[in-house]
Every structure is written in C-alpha cells, then in structure tokens.
Design a protein around this ligand. Sequence first.
Ligand code: WT7
Length: 641
Amino acid sequence: MKSEINSLEEYKREYEKSITAPEEFWAEKANNFVWRKKFGKVLEWNFDEPLNRWFIGGKLNITENCLDRHLEKKGDKTAFIWEPNNPTEKTINISYNELHKRVCRFANVLLNNGVKKGDRVCMYLPMIPELPVAMLACARIGAIHSVVYAGFSSGSLSTRILDTKAEIVITSDGAYRGSKTIPMKAIADEALLSCPNVKKVIVVKRTAENIKLNAGKDVWWHEEENKVNDTCQAAEMDAENILFVLYTSGSTGKPKGIAHSCASYMVYADYTFRNVFHCSQNDVYWCTADIGWITGHSYLVYGPLLSGITSVMFEGIPTFPDAGRWWEIVDKNKVNIFYTSPTAIRTLEALGSDPIKKYSLSSLKLLGTVGEPINSSAWEWYHKNIGKEKCFIVDTWWQTETGGIVISPLLNVSEQKPGYAMLPLPGIQLVIANAKGEEQKGNDVEGILCIKFPWPGMLRTVYGDHERCKKTYFSDFKGLYFSGDGCKRDKDGDYRITGRVDDVIKVSGHLLGTAEIENAINQHLAVVESAVVGYPHEIKGSAIGAFVATFKVPENSEKLKQEIIEQVGKAVGPIAKPEKLFFVHELPKTRSGKIVRRILKKILEGETENFGDISTLIDPFVIKELVKVVSSEKKFAKIGL
Ligand code: WT7
C-alpha cells in the first residue's frame, strides 16, 4: 500500500479529515486489512477512566495481515535479510512464505507446550530470526508476547516475568554481541530462581556453548519444532484483545508493562510506517533498533511486515568488527531507508569519517532517527556523511505508550530543521500545556507536550495496574494524555522536543527510572540513601550521576564505588551503571523529605551558585558540600563503565 501523504496539500487534507471526522478517517484505513468480522463503532473513549476502545466488535488476526495476505503475490519476496554479528557467518534471507511456515510451526510448538489464548509468553532473546518468529507465533494463537531486552540483567528479567505472570520463557543458550558472548541461558536461569510460576523454558541454540538444561522444564527450540507441522489456523482475536506487553521505566516504582491491543495498534503501525518512511515495494528498509524496544516492535516487525516490505535485521553492533560495519551492510543490501538513534550516530561521529570512506551509501534515500533529541552537530554529520546531503531525515518523536510515531517531518511536506520533530501526524491532536495544564494556544509557545484526543496506537493500560495507567498518563491534567516531555512550538508552528520533564533519564536512547537505579544502590549495606540524576553527555545524550550517602566515611571509596556500580549493573543492567558517583554526607531535601533532584542536576551541569528557590530545603548548606565534592571530583579520572 502506498502512502497517502505526498505533498503539503495531501497532508492538510488528511490532517483536516482526521480531526473533523476521526471515526470515518480511521475506519477507511482499517478497511484495508483482512478482518474475520467487521467492526461496528470505530471509537469509544474516555480519558478520565481511562477507557479507550477502537474498532469495537471487530475480529481479526494480525498475522493474517502481516503474512497470509501477502503470500499469493509475494510469497517468494524476502521479508527479512538477517545479517549475523560476525560478517564471516552466512546472511540468511527469509521469504514471506518461509516466515509464514516458521511462524505456524512455532505456533504449534507453543500450543504443544500448553500455551493458550491470553497467556503471556516472555522472550529474552538476541536479535536472531527466532525472536520475530516467536512474537508472531504468539500473535497467531492469541498469546500475549512480552519481549525483554537482551541487555537487561537477571533482576530486571525476573521482575518482568513476575509482573506478567508468564509461565513460559523463550531464551537462547548465548548471544553474540561484537567480540563478546553473552550467557543468556545462565542469566535467565538466575532470574528464574525467583519465578516459580515459570513451567517451561524453550531454548534456541545460537552459540552452542555449554549450558545446563533442567529436566522436565527446559526444552530445545529445534527439538520441539520437529514434533509439529507447519500449518496453524490463526486464532480469531477481538480487536481489543491485548497483542503485547512491553515494559518501560517510570519515575517511581517498578517498570510499567505497557499493553497494546490487536487491531488499532496494527492500523496505526501501518499508517505511520507508510507515511513516514515512504518505502516502495522494491525498497530495502533497515531499522537498527533492538526488538526489545518499541521501535523494534512497530518498525522492525509489525510495520514493515504489514506493508510486505523487505527489511534488514542485524544481530550485532555498529562497531564490530570495525566502525564501518553498518555501512558495509547498507552497501551490500542496497538499503534505501535507514532508521536509527541519535546515540548511535554520535558514537559513529566520534569515530570519524574514515570508516565510511570505503562505502558508497548511494542506495540511501531517506534517513530517520528516534529515541531522544538529536543535537545539530549529530544531525549535520548524519545528513552530510551518511545521507550525502541528498536524503530527507525524519526525526520521529513517539513513546512506548503511543505505539507508533506521533510527530515527524514528512517527505515532500515539511522543510528540514535540525532538532525539530516538526509536524503532528494525522489523527494526533497535540496540546502544549503550562504547569497548570492550560493549553498554550498559538505559535511561539513552550510547555509540556500533551495529546487531547485518542489515536489508534495509544496504550490501553499498564498491565495488571490500570490505576497506575490513569495516574501516570491521565491525571496530571484533566482531559489530556501527559507525555512527560517538554516541547516548543516555534513561530512557524513546528514542534521541537526539549527533553523529559520528570524523573526519568534517557541514556543512549534507553529510558531508565531514577527509582530503579536508586533502589539498586540502596541495597548495598554501606548505603543510607541515594539520588540519581541525568546530566548531558556527548555520546549518550544523558549519563547517570549518583549521589550516595553512606553510614560512615568509606575507608576505601574507590572500592565501594566499584561495588555499587557493579550492583546496579547486576540489578538493572549494564546501561544503568552510573558514569559518576559521589559520596556525600547528606542529600538536598525539602522539609517534607523529598529529594530535590533539580539541584543535583544543576551541580552536575557545573552550576555553583545559581540554584533558584532553595527556601524549602531543610539545610541549604548541604549544597555547598555538594558543589565542593563535585568540583573536586572533576580532577580525577572518570569512574564507571
Ligand atoms: C521517550 C520515549 C519511541 C521509540 C523509542 C523510545 C524520547 C523519543 C524522540 C525524538 C526527542 C525523543 C522522549 C520520549 N524521544 N523520540 N525524536 N526527539 N525525544 O521509546 O523508550 O518509550 O521513550 O523518548 O523523551 O518521551 P521510549
């Protein structure tokens, strides 16, 4: 299916219709899919509850739309070009026919292992074809997939397994990541010590290292596949059944399992994929995101497959065996559309343009970024060195909760303004609110980014905790979805995201909750309490700074630092390790006991005097000590990572 938006007039027409007749607008889009039973009412909504339902009464299966409907005309077309971590290993092309067969076969494996409609299946897998196969197999039989990023630690994995009450986990023996091998099964085993509810573990053989299989519980993927055939009727799903749960960090408490439903997620992933990336049927598309994040779900698995597109899936990292690896893959597969993150761009920018020189990159037509604000130097570098100044760049703003892209520059519609996400997509009614939740009308305004009308990709709930969904997203300002991001609408009406306004930190594009990291630090016996903040970092966007109050002055502070940092790595994952860690006597607190992170942030940014209103602090002198500690630490080499 082609894109609807190819000019400014078309954008205006689509946008206008999506606002004046949203139900008609989305019904038209939805009619392009295969339904087992047509939907009745398009939308019922209430932001207070929140209760938002789309395509009511409709029945379908998303895999029939991703796979079956393409088979007649493009069964032999490549769905995925899988590039292994090690370039000497063979590339694998998987056609739509083969993918369909593999999904059906694995769906039968799941059924054979007792998985039923509505059951949760947790996946802890590297970027290998078995991951999308397992997700689609779940969708085929109506089970809910919950993918956990392979870089997370055993502690993070067990929290997520326990939260969904999954009884089945899919993992691999190991994973290749650059020159390293990650012991996935051993990490999963450690997580499972605290998950008595898990009855079955299906293990993919990838690295062939020695692992322990627990009798009666652990089975090999390939052996299970031999027991079943490759035809499997797709389950008839209600439009509003949950398709998947994906965890994202919040400013407090444990991570939130964001739940998306079958039909409207599909309609939105498809519409946004087509209109932002403009892939034509012969194009090769590559999204570098890991499937463990929402970008991988919507724009590596569902979006491209719904369009019947050929995409690249890469197992490794951009710097292995050298910093030219991505560009080698682009040239080899003649990639036309390329979607990545600002943090990856900055990493490669720091390594210079030499690794690019060998490659022509002439197949590229359109480039994209997602995950955090892109600074202008990274944007210019990307535009010049990768896009050769001829590729349009889409800086797409969205969230795990929005299911798909919400704000983006659009090809042949908007101009290019580095650092700007530019325009709301059709169906998206943005509001810039002030601190009281009042809409800031007109242009040249700044505030908090909110959305005032439902869109099909929106989350339905926080799995198992609807109250938390209401509290986090629909309670700050009445009648508005609260994004947690600051935003500017400039004099031309274009949008620019300015960063988070709450206590979450984006490190290399990964959202991390301060509470999770602080909990991990506080578990150390020497620690009284801690506060974690983000501060600007050249490559990572933000890095983590930790202020730690100990019971007594540490005898060997370097050793204690390392212990605490390791503990965070173990409890949350390596990406959450503090880059800087300071021991302090006290943290700055208000009289009601709330840690004032705003001040810690300023100190880390180098501020020494100007802290705004500090009258609510119990002891304003604490700041002096903090400034001293931070400025003297600067003389020492950086610790951590
Ligand atoms: C947060 C959501 C959406 C897929 C990946 C991240 C930040 C995302 C942009 C952008 C500035 C961005 C926001 C947002 N963010 N895209 N183009 N410009 N900031 O999903 O992990 O749910 O994170 O990422 O702060 O709230 P996520």
